[in-house]
Ligand binder design. Structure first.
Ligand code: UD1
Length: 366
């Protein structure tokens, strides 16, 4: 009799985390691995492309919940997940990261007395205005197995009263995915089509509500992009949330007229990885990109007040900067002058995190 593990994906940053885990679990004779997609992200370029590129099998279950307010989206996931959970009756539900799909499925599983594993547990920004922080805190309270990527997470979980025997320091599954695909050719030759030289452009991503949802912040983002494009060519794959806000606040025309600023559609995994690995500098407000740039040794400016991934600052290439023109200009200048400090890849970010997770689950569920 094999144990059933039901893994949940929902939003873009989940796919590259689940791909290596699902691949490992499928190899284990004692485990039957089921993949469920909530449909929190649904566009071809926010979802389908990752299945195509990462070798992730099509989901066994697709809930198709789509967008909405936090309450609408979270409750829609919960209501449609519950009957599926009861039907599959898995031994464990595995969730990753900090999106609304993560907390929604963890909560339903936990109330149905199904064990929950949380991959990327214990990360804390200590900023509860971030929806992801609420999702992280609550998911960790519910989880039976907490798989962590860095040592700060172990201390955070201990402070929140999580028993040590539930916590497993396994490394970083997103880095597993990066290691696997780093040498895979991109789908499109963007360097060529955008006339960019390796090591001589900035790659920007920006989609946090705190940076793009209000007009004042978005205006500062526009000014920063303008400044940056005066220093070096800029590529900006625009997230749908950001695109919507830019249009609503009337900034699209202004941005499109900035020379050397390439506003493009969201990219697939391979194209984005190719661009990121060759960038002179990355400017972002993403969670995962802080980790990927640290692994790649590419300087990263994270436009936020806090990070839930402090190891990327302590050991890696990441620096926090406020959403202020002067600060960003100064940091970019420092990086352009070559002022780089010694950085290292954090412990256990070695491409083997999914193997460790599968070993632990196989042992515990036997
Ligand atoms: C979500 C995650 C965030 C993650 C991000 C990566 C939560 C709380 N937030 O934020 O942690 O960094 O995904 O992308 O779960 N939209 C589309 N097509 C899609 C998906 C979204 O057009 O396929 C648009 C919709 O207009 C939607 C908006 O983007 O209203 C925001 O999507 P949503 O899933 O609510 O949150 P994200 O900002 O993507």
């Amino acid at each position: 009799m094999s144990a059933t593990v039901l893994s949940v994906v929902g939003a873009r940053p989940n796919f590259m985390k689940i791909a290596p885990i699902h691949q490992q679990l499928k190899k284990r004779s004692g485990i039957s691995s089921v993949l469920l997609h909530t449909g929190q992200h649904y566009d071809a370029e926010m979802s389908d492309v990752f299945f195509d590129e990462l070798g992730l099998s099509q989901p066994d279950v697709y809930l198709g919940v789509g967008s909405g307010t936090h309450a609408e989206q979270t409750s829609a996931i919960m209501a449609s997940f519950e009957p599926v959970l009861l039907d599959y009756d898995p031994d464990l539900v595995l969730v990753v990261g900090d999106v609304n799909s993560t907390i929604a499925c963890a909560l339903v599983a936990s109330k149905a007395h199904v064990a929950v594993a949380h991959v990327e547990a214990g990360l804390r920004s200590f900023d509860r205005r971030m929806p992801e922080e609420i999702n992280r805190l609550l998911t960790d309270q519910l989880a039976d197995y907490l798989f962590v990527t860095e040592s700060s997470a172990i201390y955070n979980l201990a402070d929140e009263g999580i028993p040590g025997e539930r916590i497993f320091f396994v490394g970083n599954v997103m880095i597993d995915c990066l290691v696997e695909f780093l040498e895979t050719p991109p789908k499109h030759d963007l360097l060529d089509s955008l006339a960019l030289q390796p090591g001589d452009y900035a790659l920007v991503t920006m989609h946090r509500p705190s940076n793009v949802d209000d007009q004042g912040s978005l205006r500062r983002v526009v000014q920063i992009l303008d400044d940056l494009a005066a220093q070096l060519p800029v590529v900006f794959p625009v997230h749908p949330r950001t695109r919507k806000q830019m249009e609503a606040h009337g900034f699209t025309g202004e941005l499109e007229s900035v020379g050397d600023l390439h506003l493009i559609n969201p990219l697939g995994y391979l194209d984005f990885l190719h661009l990121m690995a060759r960038a002179r500098i990355v400017v972002t407000d993403s969670g995962g990109i802080q980790e990927e740039t640290t692994f790649l040794g590419v300087p990263c400016l994270t436009v936020r007040d806090s990070t839930e991934r402090p190891v990327t600052i302590e050991l890696g290439t990441n620096r926090l900067v406020p959403l202020e023109r002067e600060d960003i200009r100064r940091h970019v200048g420092e990086i352009m002058e070559g002022g780089r400090r010694e950085t290292t890849v954090p412990p256990l970010w070695d491409g083997k995190a999914a193997v460790r997770i599968a070993n632990i689950l196989e042992d515990k569920l036997a």
